[in-house]
Design a protein. Structure first.
Length: 207
């Protein structure tokens, strides 16, 4: 299990940091950009002068790390559920993923789903994730939350099928994949988080 980190809180900037961590959560379907390649193989303030009014502090988007983790978990669960549907249909309906990701991340996802469609393959079976843990929760300007997670993606029970339904899953495909996932507040509601990035963890394998 990766080493946990300490959390320091700075109320004036509504910033919560986890200074040194690597961990992970329970079973939910997983898919999208980081997993598609494996499936296809087969991410000090100045003081104010007297008389100057102190600006009111903006309330944090989430009241605690636990609340931020819960919101991020919910958002990612919805995202991977939709991604799983798209993967199972061979990349069809990929535009539906836009509701769950940031505009900057969307093109990369659409490109991955397009490659899947061009291959003629589709995904069969349910991917899961487990050992999800919070890395960092940070509130930026204008009530914009940023939440990062570590998690393990388990694709053991998924298979890659070609256009004829033949199993073409490579025998050497990884079974469990360590991921680092970043989510940020959506434009309409800061508590609704969107997936902004997924990376396969390149350090020590914590899965």
């Amino acid at each position: 299990m990766p080493p946990k980190l300490w959390i320091t809180s700075t109320p004036a900037s509504q910033t919560l940091y986890i200074m040194a961590m690597l961990i992970l959560r329970r079973g939910l379907p997983v898919g999208a950009l980081c997993l598609v390649p494996f499936l296809l193989m087969g991410c000090g303030a100045a003081s104010l002068s007297s008389g100057t009014a102190q600006p009111a502090e903006t309330a944090p988007v989430f009241a605690s790390n636990e609340e931020a983790l819960a919101a991020a978990t919910t958002a990612y669960a919805k995202y991977i559920a939709k991604a799983a549907v798209i993967l199972a249909s061979g990349g069809s309906g990929s535009e539906q993923i836009a509701e769950f990701v940031t505009p900057d991340y969307l093109p990369a996802l659409l490109n991955s789903f397009q490659k899947l469609a061009e291959s003629g393959n589709r995904n069969d079976g349910l991917e899961t994730i487990d050992r999800v843990s919070l890395i960092r929760y940070h509130d930026g300007a204008a009530q914009e939350a940023s939440v990062s997670l570590y998690l393990c993606a388990d694709i053991t029970k998924t298979r890659v099928l070609d256009a004829n339904g033949v199993d073409v899953t490579p025998e050497n495909r990884p079974k469990r994949i360590p991921l680092q996932v970043s989510l940020v507040s959506g434009q309409t509601d800061p508590v609704i988080l969107l997936v902004a990035k997924e990376d396969v963890w390149s350090g020590r394998d914590f899965c």
